[in-house]
Design a protein around this ligand. Structure first.
Ligand code: AP5
Length: 194
């Protein structure tokens, strides 16, 4: 399965990808996790990315594409992947098309987890209190939501126009959301589930 999980920051993409990767027998590839690993390792790329991430803005397209290509070329991704956090703007959607064409691994499904903004701010606020992730601070979360509306929402339209998008209600128990995603991935699933 080659799946893109779309959704606003805090909509549950990472949580669901971790739950679904075993059932789908593919790795979870998160560009946010790849960037946070570079930050933690203190690489030059990580040091630059940290400033941008802490401000709730997007890291430059070429940096993220390079990291993603390197990750998709690793052997475990030959079986497929759940891509989380990419693409985040139309340029990245085009770049992903080109990359997957080069790798001869066309996308098979695109699922959007849809969650109201106020639910997202609360989820991130809780995580901020527990884990202290800098960009989960409520003011920064609202900036991330603005970036999502301006830059990532057009990506959702892009896949919808191509007839590839399934929309799933991302609110509720984790198991219920997972079941909705699996139903959306089933052959002939309807465009809206849950
Ligand atoms: P990234 O790591 O991709 O973050 P994000 O998508 O903005 O947000 P999250 O990871 O917080 O959201 P999620 O949807 O995965 O939700 P999660 O499962 O964690 O990106 C971080 C930054 O990196 C970006 O701002 C940008 O700077 C940079 N970046 C990344 N990719 C990039 C790209 N392609 N181009 C440029 N820059 C890029 O859940 C959130 C919380 O909610 C958790 O605490 C979870 O436990 C909880 N939760 C999940 N589901 C539920 C549920 N059903 N009920 C209750 N709580 C729930």
């Amino acid at each position: 399965m080659r799946l893109v999980l779309l959704g606003a920051p805090g909509s549950g993409k990472g949580t669901q990808a971790e739950r679904l990767k075993t059932a789908l027998a593919v790795p979870h590839i998160s560009t946010g996790d790849l960037l946070r690993a570079a930050v933690a390792a203190g690489t030059p790329l990580g040091l630059k990315a940290k400033v941008v991430m802490d401000a709730g803005q997007l890291v430059s397209d070429d940096v993220v594409l390079g990291m993603l290509e390197e990750r998709l070329r690793q052997s475990d991704a030959h079986a497929g992947f759940i891509l989380d956090g990419y693409p985040r703007n139309l340029a990245q959607a085009d770049a992903l098309d080109g990359l997957l064409k080069r790798l001869q691994q066309p996308l098979q499904a695109v699922v959007e987890l849809r969650v109201p903004a106020e639910v997202i701010v609360e989820r991130c606020r809780l995580r901020y209190e527990i884990q202290g992730r800098a960009d989960d601070e409520p003011t920064t979360v609202r900036k991330r939501l603005d970036v999502f509306a301006a830059q990532t929402a057009p990506v959702i339209d892009y896949y919808a126009k191509r007839g590839q998008l399934k929309v799933v209600n991302g609110v509720g128990d984790l198991a219920d959301v997972s079941a909705r995603v699996m139903a959306a991935l089933a052959p002939n699933a309807s465009a809206a589930v849950g």
